[in-house]
Structures are given as structure tokens and as C-alpha cells.
Design a protein around this ligand. Structure first.
Ligand code: NAD
Length: 284
């Protein structure tokens, strides 16, 4: 048995093309990113986001501030972008250098413009089952699962990782699709007992090979979110040998990664639509 590969690139390209079509119809849409400091990984991720935004016809603004910026000044930068009518979506690239308070900075972003979906308001909306802006990675995973017609209702879903960016929002999206959800994390005892039970297994721990082949149920759908740089190159959190055991599996790289950028663009479009709607309501 060899699993069906759930490739992210073709679907991501289609979504990006759809966003581009809608951007042409809606007119000018602006995405602003804020980079604090010069972390090379952040620079690379942001470059990809800006390239994708440009290709979709979005106007993107790349705000860079020094790592030593006082927190109040950073909050001022965010406030200016909140007030800027030409900006529909804002994202502050994480992680922020010490001693900046990430929670405080994220909370300063206008929730309507919060295209990362990290603001407590948006996290709360997701938790309450009426999502507005949902973090791009779990949203992309849901799109990938839908593309492959993976049934979720009534299935056992296991999420490994409980971060605010991937694990927790992922678990909520699966719950909303009526899966029975288990969340595993670094203090989980006997991880394999849980993963082996999973019809749908999403692994976002950031630990290379943490899920071995014998921890995967035969025929399961496996989503490997992990990106780990090792001597052997870029690897995921799941042993690649799981391809012979799973029913569906995402490759690393080329699975979840491309979906994340596509969903950021989709979220920016959504933010512009939300602002339009709010403006219309304001006039009535
Ligand atoms: P994180 O470090 O914030 O969270 C990792 C989570 O894994 C934690 O909740 C922790 O409890 C859990 N964990 C750690 N060790 C564990 C163990 N031994 N057993 C069980 N659980 C364990 O990371 P994150 O931001 O959620 O990202 C997770 C991984 O996904 C990273 O490799 C990251 O690079 C990758 N990632 C990929 C994309 C993408 O677009 N493909 C996007 C975001 C993150």
C-alpha cells in the first residue's frame, strides 16, 4: 500500500489564481507586514509572502524596524497601519525579539485587519465556532483535506502540538468538522497510543521524525506540518516511511508549506471584503 500524496503546490496555485481574479474585480487591496529585527528565517518567509502578494496583484508594504525598537514605538507603527485606509491586512512577523511582549503587540492589531488570525478576538471567534480570520497554516490544511475529500465527521483526529499558531486552531477546525479530537503535546505520555488511534493525524511538533511508521494507523490520513533543518536536509515530523502505511500523506517539503502562503492571500482578500461590508453597514 502506498499512500496518496497530498501535494500542496497545485491547490495553492489554484487558490492564488482565484485570489488574483477577485483582486482584479475588487480593486486595490493592501497588505502590510511588520518585521522587527533581521532574523534570516523571517526575512525569507516575508520575501515569499511579498512575492506571492505581488503575483496576486495585492499592494504590499514591507515595514522593517530595528530589533531594539521600544515596545511603545512598535505599537505606534501598528496603530498607524490600523488607521491607514489603504491597508486591508496587517501581519507582524513572529517571533519578536526579546523583550517585546508578543501578546501585547498582536492584540494591538485591528482584528478586522488581523490576517494571521492571532488576535485574541479572532482566536475567540474560532473557539466559539464562528471563525473570521483563521491562522493560515491550519486553514490551508483544511483546504487540502477538503480537496482530497477526506471525511472528518465522526472520525478520530489527533493533533500533535498545541501552539497558538498551528495545533490549537487546527484542533478547533477539526472539532467544527465534527471529528473527535485529541490534542497531544510535549507532556503527553505514550504519544504512540494516541497517534495509532488516529484516522486523521496532524503533526506539528517541530521534532524531526517524532512520529515513526509504527505510530501511524494503517490507511490513516497524515498531515506533516513540521519543517526541520537537519544534516539530511529539510525533513518533517513524520518518518517518510509512513507513506507505505498511510492512506493519504503530505510530502515535506511541498505539502503544507505552499498552502500557508496561499491562505494568507485568501485572508487578506477576506479582510478587504470585511472592511467593505463594515463600511456599507456604517452608511446605512
Ligand atoms: P511550537 O514550537 O510553537 O509548538 C510545538 C508544539 O509541539 C508544542 O505545543 C509542544 O507541546 C509540542 N511538542 C514538542 N515536542 C513534543 C513531543 N516530544 N511530543 C509531543 N508534542 C511535542 O511550533 P509551531 O509554531 O506550532 O510549529 C510546529 C512545526 O510546524 C515546526 O516545525 C514549524 O516549523 C512548522 N510549521 C510549518 C508551517 C508550514 O507552513 N508548513 C507553518 C507553521 C509551523
Amino acid at each position: 500500500l502506498t499512500a496518496v500524496l497530498m501535494e500542496g503546490r497545485p491547490l495553492a496555485e489554484r487558490i492564488r489564481a482565484e485570489v488574483a481574479d477577485e483582486v482584479r474585480e475588487l480593486g486595490e487591496i493592501g497588505l502590510a507586514t511588520v518585521q522587527v529585527g533581521e532574523d534570516p528565517a523571517s526575512t525569507l518567509y516575508l520575501r515569499r509572502k511579498h512575492e506571492a502578494a505581488a503575483e496576486a496583484g495585492l499592494r504590499s508594504v514591507d515595514v522593517k524596524v530595528p530589533a531594539e525598537i521600544p515596545e511603545d514605538e512598535l505599537l505606534e507603527v501598528v496603530a498607524e497601519l490600523n488607521a491607514d485606509d489603504s491597508i486591508d491586512g496587517i501581519l507582524v512577523q513572529l517571533p519578536l525579539p526579546e523583550p517585546l511582549d508578543e501578546a501585547r503587540v498582536i492584540t494591538a492589531v485591528d482584528p478586522v485587519k488581523d490576517v494571521d488570525g492571532f488576535h485574541p478576538f479572532n482566536a475567540g471567534e474560532l473557539y466559539l465556532g464562528r471563525p473570521t480570520h483563521v491562522p493560515a497554516t491550519p486553514l490551508g490544511i483544511m483546504a487540502l483535506l477538503a480537496e482530497h475529500r477526506i471525511a472528518l465527521e465522526g472520525t478520530r483526529a489527533v493533533v500533535v502540538g498545541r501552539s497558538d499558531i498551528v495545533g490549537k486552531p487546527m484542533a478547533h477546525l477539526l472539532l467544527q468538522s465534527n471529528a473527535t479530537v485529541t490534542i497531544c503535546h510535549s507532556r503527553t505520555d505514550e504519544l504512540g497510543r494516541h497517534t495509532l488511534d488516529a484516522d486523521v493525524l496532524v503533526v506539528a511538533a517541530g521534532v524531526a521524525g517524532i512520529v515513526s511508521v509504527d505510530m501511524v494507523k494503517s490507511g490513516a490520513t497524515v498531515v506533516d506540518v513540521g519543517i526541520n533543518r537537519t544534516e539530511a536536509g529539510l525533513v518533517g515530523d513524520v518518518d517518510p516511511g509512513a507513506i507505505d502505511r498511510a492512506g493519504h500523506i503530505t510530502p515535506v517539503p511541498g505539502g503544507v508549506g505552499p498552502m500557508t502562503v496561499a491562505m494568507l492571500l485568501a485572508n487578506t482578500l477576506r479582510a478587504a471584503e470585511l472592511r467593505d461590508k463594515a463600511a456599507l453597514q456604517g452608511m446605512s
